[in-house]
Design a protein around this ligand. Sequence first.
Ligand code: KG4
Ligand code: ZN
Length: 395
Amino acid sequence: MNREKDIKILAIETSCDETAAAVISEVKGEPVILSNVISSSVDLHAQTGGIVPEVASRAQMEFILPVITKALRESRQAVSGDDQKLRNSELGTCDYQQAYESLADISHIAVTAGPGLIGSLLVGFNAAKTLAYTKDLPLIAVNHIEGHIYSAMGGSELGGETITNSQLRTPSFPLIALTVSGGHTLLVLMKDHGDYEILGGTIDDAVGEAYDKVAQLLGLGYPGGPALSKLASEFRDKSEIRSPINFPRPIMRDGTYNFSFSGLKTAVLIYTKKIVAELNLSNPTEIDLATKQEIAAAFEEAVADVLSFKLGKAIEQFEPKTVVFAGGVSANKYLCERLQSKLAEISPNSELRTPSFNLTGDNAAMIGLTAYHHIKNGQVSDWRSAKVDANLKLI
Ligand code: KG4
Ligand code: ZN
């Protein structure tokens, strides 16, 4: 195997409905993102109000080669490659030969090994294995949640912008990471790179899942997290006080680091049913905008209270130097602000890290950033031994 080259990682992520590839290199001992291409099949799932695994894996098959090609090509120019519209029609226009040639610079292949939908994972995993086999390159199998944590720990040269302050990249340990997405809610303590202790996680719905289900109830489409949070911020823009509705804060004071959001979702359902009956509506989507804004704000306040309370307890107990808030839901500005003020109150010298907006959702740059630290720690395997696992655990 060729281990003499400078580090240049081709990373692939296909755990759910995003097909993503990125190239990460090393500048002055820090990982730097050279390209980051994402193609999403979310529009297909909007039609069914949720992800249909087979539809997702078929879309992965359609996008995987164009996305890898684009990531390789753009890594040479270091320009932003975020493209939600890559379609089969582009297959003919991709320069596969040029992309294949640029594989010559790649030193490692990294890929998401799980957790995720098995039909989706297998597409990226087999592409990665094939590339590692044909180019005789080491293969690094990365846990998707670990990827979300590392999404907040990388520099970027996209669009010509170079982050020169290495403080921005290398985190100080101990570190506490709260990862919140459509499929996961996990609170983790990290004492060093690769050294994880799970403090808690959701016992039912993930935060993003609760956002999406409440949004669906109110007729805001799928995935509804951003739309629901927009309604909540509209309420806050016009009101000085909290929402007059008070939803429960499930298991907030149970003394554990676990979370539960399904009861909160049910509380919203019961509340909307009451309004539907009182106003003689046919369903909750007909509720007026002002009331939907109140509901959204009350829901978001409950989520923010629970997340900041539990994170606050963990910060008090473990006194981390760095706190990471990552995953799709970390795109939510209100939640970031609430966690930031909690941190300022309890531990003003600690730093809150959130990923840049384009790295909040699923992407391959985060898989490459994680792989970079695996490589530095000598944790490199090959295509023969790497395994895919839909239920892969962080530890
Ligand atoms: O990380 P991600 O792209 O995919 C998973 O691994 O699940 O997260 C997607 C989730 C969806 O549930 C989406 O509604 C939620 O992140 N989300 C948000 C916001 N933006 C995305 N939830 C609340 N507020 C947002 N601004
Ligand atoms: Zn994810």
